[in-house]
Write a protein that binds this ligand. Structure first.
Ligand SMILES: Nc1ncnc2c1ncn2[C@@H]1O[C@H](COP(=O)(O)OP(=O)(O)OP(=O)(O)O)[C@@H](O)[C@H]1O
Ligand SMILES: O=C(O)c1ccc[n+]([C@@H]2O[C@H](COP(=O)([O-])O)[C@@H](O)[C@H]2O)c1
Length: 204
């Protein structure tokens, strides 16, 4: 008599998290997320616009709804990309430790979480809130970014993977500065984001 072992358990879903201010979202963000999704065989990447990016407190940041909508527009054509409101709907300063706890609660225990950070963000990670808990909540992936050194020397062993992504020498700061002086941002940001910036008169 054969023993019915039942169906095999479903494969664990692998979810990437791309947090950012996205003011505006640009092709550097999108290429980094796409490359990590491919290399780490992710089922999806969740873009999470920050509500109040406290480490940019001295700078003027566009309204969260504008940054959210630009991120929706930029990611809409990719079936594996989605955008979460967790950080913009949570009052107060945005901490990645809260992002990770909220997304873990949303997705449940049977999901592997991968938090994607550029080299600049990774170098500052020990200045984030509760850094001692961050690495229990997700595996971190540090990606190369032109002009910044990618290193995990300051971080716990095995907490982070470092990968090279196609070099996109683009920053949101440079995009805002270009719009402010009337220079084009075509092809630095997705077409719909160019149009959204014009429609909402952002960065003028
Ligand atoms: N060109 C890029 N290549 C790789 N990673 C990037 C690039 N631009 C941003 N990132 C990463 O994306 C995340 C979100 O970045 P953020 O929204 O702050 O954009 P930014 O271009 O750094 O903005 P700003 O110029 O306003 O500081 C961070 O982890 C950052 O390191
Ligand atoms: O947790 C923190 O204290 C913290 C401090 C600065 C940045 N972060 C996160 O890092 C990501 C990139 O942020 P930023 O400011 O470089 O756009 C985004 O998800 C932020 O919420 C997180």
């Amino acid at each position: 008599m054969s023993v019915d072992a039942g169906s095999p358990p479903p494969p664990v879903r692998r979810v990437g998290i791309m947090g950012g201010t996205f003011d505006p979202v640009h092709h550097g963000h999108l290429v980094a997320a796409s490359e990590v999704a491919s290399r780490f065989v992710l089922d999806e990447v969740v873009f999470v616009p920050a509500g109040q990016p406290w480490q940019k407190a001295g700078a003027t940041v566009s309204p969260a709804e504008d940054r959210y909508l630009m991120t929706v527009i930029a990611t809409a054509s990719n079936p594996r990309f989605r955008v979460s409101r967790v950080d913009i709907d949570r009052p107060g300063p945005t901490y990645a430790v809260d992002t990770l706890r909220d997304l873990r609660a949303e997705y449940g225990p049977d999901v592997e979480l991968f938090f994607i950070t550029g080299a600049d963000a990774l170098s500052r990670i020990l200045s984030w809130r509760e850094p001692e808990h961050l690495f229990e909540l997700a595996h971190f992936i540090g990606v190369t970014r032109p002009g910044f050194e990618l290193s995990d020397d300051h971080l716990p062993e095995d907490a982070v993977s470092l990968i090279e992504v196609p070099a996109m020498s683009i920053s949101s700061t440079a995009c805002r500065a270009r719009v402010a002086i009337g220079d084009p941002v075509w092809y630095l940001v997705p077409d719909g984001v160019v149009q959204y910036i014009a429609k909402r008169h952002l960065y003028r």
